[in-house]
Every structure is written in C-alpha cells, then in structure tokens.
Design a protein around this ligand. Structure first.
Ligand SMILES: [Fe+2]
Ligand SMILES: [Fe+2]
Length: 277
C-alpha cells in the first residue's frame, strides 16, 4: 500500500513568491485593529523556528520512505516550509520597525525549541504532526472565511492566503511519514496535548508582548474586542475548536476534511492577484 495519502490532484510544491510587507508591518495592518494585528503577528513570530523544526523532524525519517509519491511530497514539504520560514523571518524582522522587542520574543521561544530538540525523534515527529494539524485547521479557516481577513491590507491578505494554501497542500505529509515510520496512535495523541498547551501558551505570550508594546496590554476594550474575535463573533478559535479536537479520534486523518474545492478556488485567486502584481 502506498504510504502517501495526499489526493492525486493536490501537488505539494513550493511557489517562489516574495512579499514585501515592510511598510505594512509598521502599521496596524489588520484593519487598524490592535488585537487582530497582534494575534496574526504573534503566530508569525513562531513560524521561522517552528517550521525549521518541522523540516528537521521529517528529514530524520525520509530515508526510510520507499513510496516514491510520498518521497516526492517530502521534498515539496521541505521546500514549502523553507520558503515560509524565509518569508516570515523577513516579516518578523520588519516588525522591529514598529518598536517591538522581537529578539526577546525569539529568545523565549528558542528556549522552548531547545527542549523540543532534545526529545526523541519519534516525539519530535509526533509534535510536528500535531503542530501541522493546528496550522492546517487555521489555514482552512483563513481560506473558508475571507471575512476574518477583511480590513487587512491586500499584500498581507495575499501572504496569509499563500501560506494557508501550502499548509493545506502538505497537511498530511508529516502525518503519512509518522504512520509509515512510527504509527503509535497513543503517542500521537498524547504529544498533541503538549503541542496544544505550547501552541496556545506562546501565541498568548506573544500577543501579550505585542499588546504591551502598543500600550494596550491592560486595555479592557482591546481584550473584549480580542475575545470577541476569537471566541464570540466571528469566533476564529470557537469555530475551529471541533476541528482541532478531531485529532483525538483514533481513525483521524488530515484529508478526512476534504477541502480541495476550497483549495482550488483560493489557488485561482492567488494566481490572479500575483499576475496583477
Ligand atoms: Fe508553513
Ligand atoms: Fe506546514
């Protein structure tokens, strides 16, 4: 049985697109909303090191993969994550211009990642599958609810759409490698608990650091707006919650949520926007 479960009409290959968002990042680019901007920036701050870790975790097992389709998808996955990491490095570097202490935020996350690096490779891969699940669910949400990105500058919308498209394309690559090489369902789910804790912890801490720099850490109004955005209406996290939890099912697989039509629509839009410059 081939190890790859990515549908045959989905290709996992990096797109060499560059985004110049330096000017945008000096502003509250998400509709002039301090919380929404901080939330997305907080996610971005975890990407370069996180995605490098995903690459390392998968690379460790690539020699054991005999299915040529999955081997090809691993190459695509590494290429995509490497480019995401590069673009988000530039993104995060540009955040400094707004006065954020990005180095301090990086140091805090780096400490956590040093702990991750010391884990056995099987747990690192299980962690990658869990983190990829979070990115895949959030990616699906970004693609299916364009209103969540309403008010964001066009280039930022394009950057987040590009990243969400590629996260969707490669959502089962690490998972397939895990199934082929480790396959321990209990470990997969236990590690997901740790991933969940750390994902929310660092997203929250980063958001707080950015709000503090904006002088809004203790602003009730900002937090009410933020809680409403995440848990009320539109309720980004509230709407994603059932999908996050689906990972605990014994027979879970990323493509159980078949969002290929959504993927194709967004790809067409990205291509049109890229052609228009
Ligand atoms: Fe990525
Ligand atoms: Fe990814």
């Amino acid at each position: 049985m081939p190890a790859s479960s990515t549908p045959v009409d989905v290709s996992v290959a990096p797109r060499h697109i560059r985004f110049d968002v330096r000017e945008e990042l000096k502003t509250l680019w998400h509709g002039n909303d301090v919380f929404r901007t901080a939330f997305f920036n907080a996610l971005s701050l975890q990407f370069p090191e996180g995605e490098q870790q995903f690459i390392n975790a998968v690379r460790h097992y690539r020699d054991r993969i005999t299915d040529p389709k999955l081997a090809q998808e691993i190459r695509g996955f590494i290429g995509q994550e490497a480019l995401h990491s590069r673009e988000h490095k530039d993104y995060n570097e540009a955040l400094k211009a707004r006065g954020y202490d990005v180095d301090a935020i990086d140091r805090r996350f780096h400490k956590h990642m040093e702990w991750v690096h010391r884990l056995p490779p099987s747990r690192q891969l299980a962690g990658t599958c869990g983190a990829e699940h979070y990115t895949a669910v959030l990616a699906n949400a970004i693609l299916s609810h364009p209103e969540w990105m309403e008010g964001a500058t066009p280039t930022m919308q394009r950057l987040w759409r590009w990243h969400a498209i590629e996260e969707t394309e490669h959502k089962s690559v690490a998972f397939d490698v895990y199934r082929a090489c480790i396959g321990d369902e209990r470990l997969r789910r236990v590690v997901f608990l740790f991933v969940t804790y750390n994902f929310f912890k660092y997203t929250f801490l980063n958001t707080c650091s950015l709000l503090k720099a904006e002088g809004k850490l203790w602003s009730l109004r900002t937090w009410l707006g933020g809680v409403n955005f995440l848990w009320g209406r539109p309720g980004v996290l509230r709407r994603c919650l059932p999908e996050f939890l689906a990972y605990f099912r014994k027979d879970f697989h990323p493509w159980q949520q078949d969002n290929r039509t959504l993927l194709q629509e967004n790809l067409r839009q990205l291509e049109a926007e890229t052609a228009a410059g």
